[in-house]
Design a protein around this ligand. Sequence first.
Ligand code: FES
Ligand code: FES
Length: 79
Amino acid sequence: MDKPTVAQTSPYGVDVEEGKTYVWCACGQSQSQPFCDGSHNGTPFTPTNYKAEKTETVFFCGCKNTKNKPLCDGTHSTL
Ligand code: FES
Ligand code: FES
């Protein structure tokens, strides 16, 4: 398995808090999207940490194919 699972073909808007670190699911198998729940164990995937620079709404990639992990870069519209 070298391709991530598409969790959904659109981003997840999340209200993040300045200074907090969020752990984005890269494999697409987490049951608590868009964040890692450990389901990647046994796959080639590892999660990506995201440290919020400020309190704002951030769009995490749901399709897992972004080139700008962990954020949506619009790639989902090509899937
Ligand atoms: Fe997907 Fe951890 S569950 S990277
Ligand atoms: Fe993955 Fe937009 S949801 S690039």
